[in-house]
Design a protein around this ligand. Structure first.
Ligand SMILES: [Zn+2]
Length: 248
């Protein structure tokens, strides 16, 4: 119980770091310094206001100095990261798989939120992700499995992009290369199926309700994030359950 709480709080803290990444990386700013300041009045944010979630609640979601609203994204990302870390830990225990799962969570949460806000997934995130995926693979899924997962997931999104005449962004393809390596095979296939289903359902709903052009660009990052996270954490259970249903 104590360990679970510790992992959750650690996730909240890493979540507040992800918020820095989401805000600064697309603007080409350093994630190390200077210390955080309000984007409206430029006042440096006090350390006690930076405490994950609690800082936001005590400030009632407003800057201490200019009273400008602070985006709900900040506490959301923190809680999401806390929960993601906890579910990884509950599923893998204190193993290297938990550490890699934590890294995968950071990569996909940062990528998904940047994609939603800016419509891009920065190379800085995905290139480190691809490297990490291959370097860590001998300790988790094996190098061959990582290479197969990466080529499969990246390749299938690249093909989808070519077939749809550029409907898939380069950032999505690079993220797929990274998470494919992190998940390995056959989990990368599952990651693709879940992302495609989630994206398809959302895309269909969007077409029905918004009357957008069929050709318009879909931000696939958030779906990739959900698919790869679920495949990494629950992949083995899902695959076993599937074969049990088939009676194999
Ligand atoms: Zn302010």
């Amino acid at each position: 119980m104590f360990n679970n709480l510790l992992v959750f709080v650690w996730g909240l803290i890493i979540g507040s770091f992800i918020n820095v990444v989401i805000y600064r990386v697309p603007l080409g700013k350093s994630i190390i310094g200077p210390s955080s300041h309000c984007p409206v009045c430029s006042e440096t944010i006090m350390v006690r206001d930076l405490v994950p979630v609690i800082g936001y609640v005590l400030l009632k979601g407003k800057c201490r100095c200019c009273r400008e609203k602070i985006s709900l994204r900040y506490p959301m990302v923190e809680v999401l990261t806390g929960v993601s870390f906890l579910l990884v830990y509950l599923n893998t225990g204190s193993t290297i798989r938990a550490v890699v799962g934590g890294y995968l969570s950071v990569l996909v949460i940062a990528s998904a939120f940047i994609d939603m806000e800016h419509g891009i997934i920065p190379d800085k995130l995905t290139s480190i992700g691809i490297m990490a995926g291959f370097l860590l693979s001998p300790f988790t899924v094996t190098l061959v499995s990582a290479a197969a997962g990466s080529i499969f997931f990246g390749g299938i999104l690249w093909s989808a992009g070519v077939l749809s005449g550029g409907g898939m962004g380069g950032g999505d393809i690079k993220l797929a290369l990274a998470v494919g390596a992190l998940c390995g095979m056959p989990h990368a296939i599952l990651a693709f199926i879940i992302s495609a289903l989630a994206g398809g359902v959302w895309g269909g709903f969007f077409l029905l309700t918004h009357r957008v052009k069929r050709k318009s660009f879909i931000k696939f990052g958030p779906f990739l994030a959900v698919g790869s996270y679920l495949a990494y954490v629950y992949g083995s259970q899902i695959i076993h359950a599937y074969f049990r249903v088939l009676g194999i």
